[in-house]
Design a protein around this ligand. Structure first.
Ligand SMILES: *[C@@H]1O[C@H](CO)[C@@H](O)[C@H](O)[C@H]1NC(C)=O
Ligand SMILES: *[C@@H]1O[C@H](CO)[C@@H](O)[C@H](O)[C@H]1NC(C)=O
Ligand SMILES: *[C@@H]1O[C@H](CO)[C@@H](O)[C@H](O)[C@H]1NC(C)=O
Ligand SMILES: *[C@@H]1O[C@H](CO)[C@@H](O)[C@H](O)[C@H]1NC(C)=O
Ligand SMILES: *[C@@H]1O[C@H](CO)[C@@H](O)[C@H](O)[C@H]1NC(C)=O
Ligand SMILES: *[C@@H]1O[C@H](CO)[C@@H](O)[C@H](O)[C@H]1NC(C)=O
Length: 878
């Protein structure tokens, strides 16, 4: 055998021909004018317009509408051949590791497609440095692109999805780019391929001159590229002008007549037509299609007869006989060939006088597709989400695979196919309603859509996601109600639910009623007045601000409540070692979580005089209500009668009662007191006006105002709280509630609780802050209520004796008087005359501003930044 070794370039085939523009092909262009060819998608990347390619009659589309990343560029060098127009523009991708085109043919699933990507560098960036990068077909690596000269990569596969992703991956060797991208639907009866394999193809028209243009559409109905055989060989080219039987022949490969009209033979029948080569690795697998047609007139009754050998021993075909001008295809598919040497020989059968012939050859390199794309339903849902909310992230290509390119903000399972199990689009500027698409992410375990501009009703469907265990919708503008079932599920420990900071969301602890339209006017007017007030005081504060103490707006504690087992509670509290307080439920213990976060653990004692109902109410409220001035729930335990506990963030500075007590040597300064008042007012204002329906605390007192390490105040103890259906509703209580000294005197008579009862209690707290006296002042003869104690001093205008003597006069008289006035208005005997908490809050902020202006006048300007100020003054900010 005459074996002539030649190197087979498996990666790619150079495009650059030597030919001139083929004028001969131009007549075809007119036939197809601009009409889209069924099954074809043709994209000229970086082109600014769609156009008809004259040489082929194929319409190319600009990729402007198809991809939102990359930059359209024009090449520097003119390729000067038929591809000129196609290679002139390209799209380059300086940003992002992976950039993808998503092609959506009419019916891609399980149909055969040819995908072809073409790359012509042409020094478009003026750097004269050809980049190399990776090409991916969906989640699988396809090849490394090395466009030293213009190259194309072609692959055939049957996608398992309704779309085809073609991705360019930056591997750190220059900026990826692409010139054209083409998709061609193929007949399913040819190139039969398994689901997890793709075929890289090299296609040769044997006997064609290397100076000729390669053959493609419209000669090839599938627009396959047929190239001249570029390597040296000892064959005799032959050709014919006679027509090949293309019509009515049953060869489904539809090899173009033009391709079959040329062929090669050897010198004589004793010389086989052979090739062999060394593949780059012995694991790569190859297969062949041999295409024949007799193009020599051999005389009546005469026939060529051949055998095809693979790798020396395997016979592909024993006796191949050819008919004049009739196409014949021999497919070598299974099993594919591999090894250090790959070869085939076409041998004339013994005793025949005609040498072997070959008209065309297709060489396939099998590419495994090991990575399964993300489950189809998940991809559809997440694509809808991406489009609906115009998500601008690295959301390109397959969401989950390969894992190092998975999309920002989501995590996937390792299943086959992978599923999206968590999605975090917190603070992503999502607007509009929560789309049903979210509920199509069926494997979702965690969904975080907090701090967006989402509106519309609370989406019930999310509750039906079977695996969902974390749902955070806080900080949006959702309306409607949180379904009770969902609150219950979170109580049962089935998931962590967070829906705080949604001013119009109803909590469903009480039945919901819709607000009447005409009632809206008043709140809007009122709230704009408040907004103006807040704005004014913010400006005032910005202009004149000074603070010594550093305050942190956000709690460090992750307040995503979770369920703990009793044994965990025992270990968290170190077997209930340190008692830090006693509440209505029982004792409160110091605890430490695994991550060293300190917590306060409130254990429900069996003898508790409040009992399970309040315990439950408190947990329910804290799960759904979140505000930086409300103490937040870290978790809870609900195991049997004796084993119930609520776990809160730890407030290291205890409660306000302790801070104000005579035994405390570290006296709260005047401005600290005002800050505490503003904080507490914030928290209460949120309960009243930020929650729909409003929540009435019912047991506000200094011992329920807790202070963290930054002396930030938070309201605690929601055990008696109630949510009310609407602003004017009130609650008739038949049970004792509240604490002596703080209890609205009106309640004694009416037994009615409403917001104004809380305002009364707040007024008392304010008096305590101002005076340092407790709500019930111990007198030498009898104990008197703080309001009785203070009244005569107010009448005398004796501010020096009103304000806590421990301050030793270190306060601003104006702000002190203002605080007294606010407190007085809060405890007005007639409930209707007491202000709403929003007014109280605004007035207190003004009071604080006055205090600051005084401090600036005496001590100079503040170092605090405006953003710190804003966060403090932003209503409902956490
Ligand atoms: C790439 O990123 C830079 C900076 O992040 C940005 O200015 C530029 O517009 C981005 N370019 C493209 C094509 O997206
Ligand atoms: C075929 O060609 C080879 C080489 O040119 C020659 O050696 C051989 O004799 C020829 N055989 C026949 C049967 O003509
Ligand atoms: C062909 O590939 C298989 C693995 O798929 C390998 O086991 C075998 O050794 C290879 N054959 C040769 C000749 O290298
Ligand atoms: C992604 O991961 C694959 C396999 O782990 C690795 O070969 C490839 O280099 C990685 N690509 C990037 C860009 O990190
Ligand atoms: C994904 O998992 C990583 C590591 O476990 C975690 O840090 C990240 O927050 C998760 N992302 C989402 C969206 O859940
Ligand atoms: C979502 O991301 C934000 C910001 O990166 C983070 O604070 C939050 O904890 C994440 N949510 C979940 C559920 O992991």
């Amino acid at each position: 055998m005459d074996l002539k070794a030649w190197l087979f370039f498996v990666s790619a085939i150079a495009i650059l021909g030597h030919s001139k523009l083929a004028a001969a092909q131009n007549h075809h262009a007119r036939r197809e004018l601009a009409a889209d060819i069924p099954g074809f998608i043709s994209i000229d990347c970086g082109s600014d317009e769609d156009y008809l390619n004259e040489a082929t009659g194929i319409s190319y589309k600009s990729d402007k509408e198809m991809i939102d990343t990359g930059i359209a560029m024009t090449v520097f060098s003119d390729f000067g051949n038929i591809e000129r127009r196609l290679l002139r523009s390209l799209r380059s991708f300086p940003n992002g590791t992976r950039n993808c085109y998503t092609l959506r043919p009419e019916q891609s699933k399980y149909n055969n497609y040819l995908v072809r990507a073409t790359f012509g560098y042409g020094n478009y960036d003026g750097k004269n440095m050809t980049p190399t990068f990776d090409l991916y077909l969906g989640p699988n690596r396809w090849d490394t692109v090395n466009p030293e000269t213009p190259v194309y990569y072609e692959i055939i596969y049957a996608p398992s999805t309704d779309y085809i992703d073609v991705c360019l991956v930056d591997t750190g060797h220059g900026v990826p780019f692409i010139s054209t991208l083409e998709l061609r639907r193929l007949d399913n009866s040819i190139y039969q391929i398994d689901e997890d394999v793709a075929l890289s193809v090299h296609r040769y028209s044997i006997g064609m001159k290397t100076t000729e243009l390669r053959i493609r559409y419209p000669d090839d109905v599938y627009d396959r590229y047929w190239n001249p055989f570029p390597y040296d060989n000892p064959w005799n080219p032959i050709a014919t002008n006679s027509a090949i039987y293309t019509k009515g022949n049953d060869n489904p490969y539809k090899v173009p007549a033009k391709v079959l009209q040329t062929a090669a033979t050897t010198m004589n029948a004793s010389i086989p037509l052979s090739y062999y080569w060394s593949p780059p690795d012995s694991l790569s697998k190859y297969s062949f299609n041999f295409h024949f047609a007799e193009i020599e007139k051999l005389g009546a009754g005469q026939q060529r007869e051949m055998t095809i050998d693979l790798n020396g021993d395997r016979k592909l075909a024993e006796s191949v006989k050819l008919d004049y001008l009739k196409p014949l295809t021999l497919v070598q598919g299974d099993p594919p060939i591999n090894g250090s040497l790959v070869q085939f020989s076409i041998i004339a059968t013994e005793g025949t006088k005609f040498p072997p012939i070959l008209n065309a050859l297709e060489v396939f390199v099998l590419r495994e597709l090991p990575n399964k794309p993300t489950a189809v339903g998940d991809v559809e849902a997440i694509m809808e989400i991406k489009e609906l909310y115009s998500v601008t992230r690295n959301w390109q290509g397959d969401p989950c695979v390969p894992s190092n390119f998975s999309w920002d903000g989501l995590n996937c399972s390792n299943d086959n196919p992978p599923r999206i199990i968590s999605l975090n689009l917190s603070s992503s500027k999502l607007a509009g309603e929560i789309a049903a698409s979210f509920s199509n992410l069926k494997a979702l375990q965690s969904l975080d859509l907090s701090y967006n501009d989402l509106t519309g009703p609370f989406p019930d469907v999310l509750a039906q996601l079977p695996y969902l265990n974390t749902l955070d919708l806080s900080g949006n503008k959702l309306t409607g109600s949180v379904p009770e079932a969902l609150v219950q599920r979170s109580m049962d420990g089935k998931f962590a639910l967070r829906v705080g900071d949604n001013p119009d969301l109803c909590l469903q602890l009480a039945p919901c009623k819709r607000k009447k339209k005409n009632k809206l006017v008043i709140p809007i007017v009122a709230s704009s007045i408040i907004a103006v007030l807040v704005l004014l005081s913010t400006f005032a504060a910005l202009a004149i601000y000074r603070r010594k103490r550093k305050r942190v707006a956000k709690s460090n504690i992750k307040s995503q409540s979770r369920r703990y087992s009793y044994s965990e509670v025992v270990s968290i509290t170190n077997n209930f070692k340190t008692i830090i307080g006693r509440g209505g439920f029982g004792s409160v213990y110091l605890g430490t979580l695994k991550d060293d976060t300190q917590v306060a653990v409130k254990l429900l004692s069996p003898s508790s005089n409040q009992g399970y109902k309040e315990f439950q109410a408190e947990a329910q409220l804290l799960i759904v209500v979140h505000h930086r001035n409300l103490v937040s729930l870290v978790g809870y335990c609900d195991e049997g009668d004796q084993k119930k506990a609520l776990i809160y963030e730890y407030m290291s500075n205890g409660n306000l009662q302790q801070q104000l007590s005579v035994t405390n040597t570290c006296v709260l300064k005047w401005n600290e007191r005002l800050h505490i008042a503003v904080d507490a007012a914030h928290g209460l204002e949120y309960l009243h006006n930020g929650c729909k329906p409003p929540i009435i605390h019912r047991d506000l007192k200094t011992s329920n105002i807790l202070l963290n390490e930054h002396m930030q105040a938070k309201i605690a103890d929601f055990g008696l709280s109630r949510a009310f259906v609407n602003e004017n509703d009130s609650h008739v209580s038949t049970r004792p509630a509240g604490t002596l000294g703080y209890l609205d005197p009106g309640f004694q008579a009416s037994r009615i609780f409403n917001k104004k009862s809380d305002v009364y209690s707040f007024g008392i707290i304010l008096f305590e802050l101002i005076t340092g006296q407790p709500a019930i002042v111990r007198g030498p003869v009898k104990n008197i209520h703080i309001s009785e104690w203070i009244n005569p001093l107010i009448e005398r205008g004796d501010i020096q004796n009103i304000v806590d003597p421990r301050l030793e006069g270190a306060f601003n008289t104006n702000s002190a008087w203002k605080a007294v006035e606010i407190a007085m208005s809060c405890i007005a005997p007639v409930a209707i005359e007491r202000p709403d908490m929003s007014n109280v809050l605004a007035e207190l902020k003004e009071c604080l501003a006055q205090e600051r202006s005084q401090m600036i006048a005496t001590k100079g300007l503040s170092k605090r930044t405006p953003s710190e100020l804003e966060s403090e003054f932003a209503p409902h900010a956490r």
